[in-house]
Design a protein around this ligand. Structure first.
Ligand SMILES: [Ca+2]
Length: 91
């Protein structure tokens, strides 16, 4: 679990290059390199842009660390739904 958190942080730090948020390009790159297996449409730039705008709560055009964590939370939530759905289907 600690290494998972470490990964979350280091992925963000690398992608943001020490800036205070992920711009459009940085965010697209992060999504494509990290989430292509669990998210549909990562190669669809307009879908990724829409997602970024949805995450950008303060509207500054960048995804800051807190907003990035919301994305992780949403992905984790959809993953847990998938796995609990699988459990429910098991005998
Ligand atoms: Ca923002």
């Amino acid at each position: 679990m600690e290494s998972a958190i470490q990964t979350l942080v280091s992925v963000y730090v690398k992608a943001s290059k020490g800036k205070d948020g992920l711009g459009r390009k940085d965010f697209n790159k992060l999504v494509k390199s990290q989430f292509s297996n669990i998210m549909a449409d990562t190669s669809n730039s307009s879908a990724v842009n829409e997602m970024r705008q949805g995450l950008d709560e303060d509207g500054d055009g960048k995804v800051d660390f807190e907003e990035y964590l919301r994305l992780i939370g949403a992905l984790a939530g959809s993953m847990s739904q998938i796995s609990s759905g699988a459990n429910a289907a098991a005998p």
